[in-house]
Design a protein around this ligand. Sequence first.
Ligand code: PEP
Length: 262
Amino acid sequence: MARTRLLAGNWKMHKTRTETVEFAEKLAHLSSGMTTEKAKGYPELLVCATFTALPGLMEPLQKSNTGLGAQNMHEADHGAYTGEVSVAMIKELGCTYVILGHSERRMYFAESDAAVAKKTLVALDHQLTPIVCVGESLEERENGDTSKRIAAQVGAVLDVLKTRQDVVSERLVIAYEPIWAIGTGRTASKEDAEVVAKAIREQVKAELGDHVADAVRVLYGGSVKPENIADFLSEADIDGALVGGASLEAESFFRMAQNSAL
Ligand code: PEP
């Protein structure tokens, strides 16, 4: 099955509302000369902004065919959860994606595999596309525990999805992001990233079947930039990239889109 490539920017806690609109206008300008024929080969584009920047950002992003996502959400529909935001709240602002279980949330906000799995189900249940992040620490990698760690993180999500045949698990996106590669300038080799991406797809196949495994998109994340994105995308099981630092400037984001076009 041909999977649509995805280039997703994770802006983390960067950019005011004004700055996000400036980005959107710049990106629209950069992509304005593109022919329809050329645009067909481009990956699906997405930026995930902070909650405060989401209102009013969907429209300016539409000028460059870029989608909008959030960086987190709570699993409950509503309730006494001070400081949290629900799925309906982000959907109302035009989000079609949500990043879940980013390593920074797991590390600094104690998000467990079980919590990430619950949120994934809620997102799918509400027709939102979850980008579930998984990845090993440097210590786990050096101890030879990479595959065990990834399998546990992915397994927690699949165990929950298995219980719900009615949700469209095909929409799931899994981002393999080795923690030691995030924001460090170091990347996994494309071969190592492919080994993990392939193992993730095999695990999805074993738990949810061929059809879901063929459809699920697996991204690589960790110091991706315009100069190296094409290398990762040349691998059979890598369907796109989740990018932090290099997604903050419209020029660099657009160059990554160009360099990942088919
Ligand atoms: C990320 O935040 O998900 C990420 C991969 O960051 P960076 O591209 O800066 O390493």
